[in-house]
Design a protein around this ligand. Sequence first.
Ligand code: DGL
Length: 291
Amino acid sequence: MTDPRPIGVFDSGVGGLTVLREIIRRSPAESTIYLGDNARAPYGVRSDEEVLAFSTQSLDMLAEREVKAIVVACNTSTAVAIGALRRRYDLPILGVIRPGASAAALATRNRRVGVIATPATIRSHAYFGAIKDENPAVEVYEHATPALVPLVEAGELSGPTAQAVVAEALAPLFGERDAAGESIFPRPPGATIDTLLLGCTHYPLLRPIIAAIAGEQVAIVDSATATASALAELLGINGLEASGPAEPRATEATHLQLTTGDPGSFHALAGRLFGAAFPEVERVELAVAAR
Ligand code: DGL
């Protein structure tokens, strides 16, 4: 049995494209429909009620398009709404928090993990719980970094402004260093993390800057690869794969991108991730854009 229906992938904006990229790499036979609610991003500074309402509208739209499974490629929506979303649809719904938590718990050697994420994700303590479920001995340092998503949505992924914003956001975790790389504010004794979990799907787009600030002794982990593997497993278990060894896919996989925002800027940013072959972006309306 094979199932050619697409996989729905949702994020508040362009961040989920980092997960989509890994899904396409890991499962090249699968078609996808990506929805970015760019007009209402960022979600991470909103109330839980708003995040739930906007996530539900977005997933309703993907479900209407006959997807066979949905990846909530947004930590904020996963943290706040995954339970309600799973109750609402007769579809497998995969979030990004458990795969990321499991990857971080496996990566740390000194059992100290820092998590950076949006205020809503940090407020939920979803990562704290998920990492503790994997290994109760791991100490988890959660830190909200609300300045990073607006930077990514604006396409500011490098340069002095991006560097300064990221350095300020990470200062409480890593302290500040002088020009020679020495710590001006050393980390609290015993609190030296060896693993930093990027708990927002936008953050891998700032990975080079984050890695430079964290230093090479800190492993940077994100949810994208682990989520793509979890999805491949989920499709296999449920008999939902688009092709099997005995039944190759009859037609090429297709990839459709939908945004509630400006298709031009979405396309420009997506092009940086996927190259020139990135398909057309379609604009969709979910509801009156808030704010
Ligand atoms: N990419 C979302 C996340 O992983 C975005 C956050 C936002 O819109 O604030 O949390």
